[in-house]
Design a protein around this ligand. Structure first.
Ligand code: AMP
Ligand code: MG
Length: 337
């Protein structure tokens, strides 16, 4: 009887031990997904996910999206409407920090990144998937908007803003995703998250590391038809963001030519110097703006533009598919070509 009791106790202990162990198949990294910012936002955790975190993330992303969208009746959409109707508008506090940071990036990039090109983006139909064109707009329409547009670089950011012409519209498609990722990372940290990645459709920021090694991410091949999905991989450390701009994200083909969503503010046309541009920086917002500027700059102006923006880690794939890798980035990156 005594032996049976000891045997039962041992079995119970063993069972308890097994129960306490994570199942052999438990993933080290857990994923959660939300559709927001026009893309799939994936959160990966190398730890347990704090309770009630995901509803808070969802709410923050939804508020952010309304605030910065050019459609609907959020703050930016209303500001654009007021400028169109009255020529000026109050700059809401909710938008001011984003305007200030983007203005600095606009100036530092010599206007290659310029959210003041909203009317041109709309003319090209890249503001909304439902507006996609099958042919480019008339050259006269592009010229008209180019002549009448105001730049964020020179805008006076007082309590009210008054662009030089009422046909000026603002579009933060090139930096708002970065701002959103910075915000979500701050929210995660405030709730005790110490090891995670916030990945918004391939643009991401990292907190901490995986259990025993740094996070490692892949950089998308701009021409995956060539047979590979990933052109390079990169080690990313706590607090670093990696953002890419590419001609493969939104485009249409007309008469065998690719017309994509990244416009040269000097010509009003999609730039034809690059296939993709990737930037690593601690601010996701700046990384996002800088990746767009790098894409527009192309290989000849890349180094100067990145220096002026304070970016040391970048990779540009030019129109011919050649890779231009900055010395600092070369220390981090493993290319597969
Ligand atoms: P990204 O994918 O970050 O390069 O952002 C591209 C989006 O930013 C486009 O869909 C437009 O809404 C807007 N955009 C396009 N060209 C520019 C530019 N040169 N400067 C600022 N925003 C731009
Ligand atoms: Mg960008």
């Amino acid at each position: 009887m005594k032996q049976t009791l000891i045997g039962l106790a041992l079995c119970a202990l063993l069972a308890w031990g097994v129960w306490r162990q994570p199942p052999a198949t438990a993933p080290i990294v857990q994923h959660r997904e939300i559709f927001a910012l026009g893309t799939l936002v994936q959160l990966s955790f190398a730890q347990s996910v704090p309770p009630q975190l995901m509803p808070a993330v969802e709410q923050a992303l939804s508020r952010f999206e309304t605030r910065w969208s050019v459609h609907g009746d959020g703050d930016l959409a209303r500001l654009n409407q007021l400028i169109e109707q009255q020529g000026s508008a109050e700059l809401p506090q909710s938008l001011r920090p984003g305007f200030v940071i983007a203005q600095q990036a606009c100036r530092n990039s010599g206007g290659l990144f310029d959210p003041g090109i909203g009317a041109l983006v709309r003319l090209w139909g890249f503001d909304d998937e439902d507006h996609f064109r099958s042919a480019p707009p008339a050259a006269s329409a592009i010229d008209g908007l180019l002549k009448a547009r105001g730049s964020l670089c020179t805008l006076e950011l007082g309590p009210r803003i008054t662009p030089p012409t009422p046909s000026t519209q603002f579009d933060f498609g090139a930096s708002a995703k970065g701002r959103a990722v910075d915000e979500i990372v701050a929210l995660l940290r405030a709730r005790g998250v110490h090891d995670a990645i916030v990945n918004a459709g391939g643009d991401l920021k990292v907190i901490g590391s995986r259990p025993d090694r740094p996070w490692r991410i892949g950089i998308r091949h701009p021409r995956p038809d060539a047979g590979q999905e990933i052109i390079a991989s990169l080690e990313v450390h706590d607090g670093e963001a990696v953002f890419s701009s590419g001609d493969y994200e939104r485009f249409f083909i007309h008469e065998n030519r690719r017309y994509h969503h990244i416009l040269d503010p000097r010509t009003g046309l999609p730039t034809d110097l690059s296939q993709s541009a990737t930037v690593l920086h601690r601010s996701a917002e700046l990384a996002d703006a800088a990746a767009t500027a790098l894409f527009v700059a192309g290989p000849d102006d890349a180094a100067q533009t990145m220096q002026d923006l304070g970016i040391s880690h970048y990779l540009l794939i030019d129109a011919q598919g050649r890779q231009l890798i900055s010395p600092a980035m070369a220390q981090r990156i493993e290319t597969s070509e």
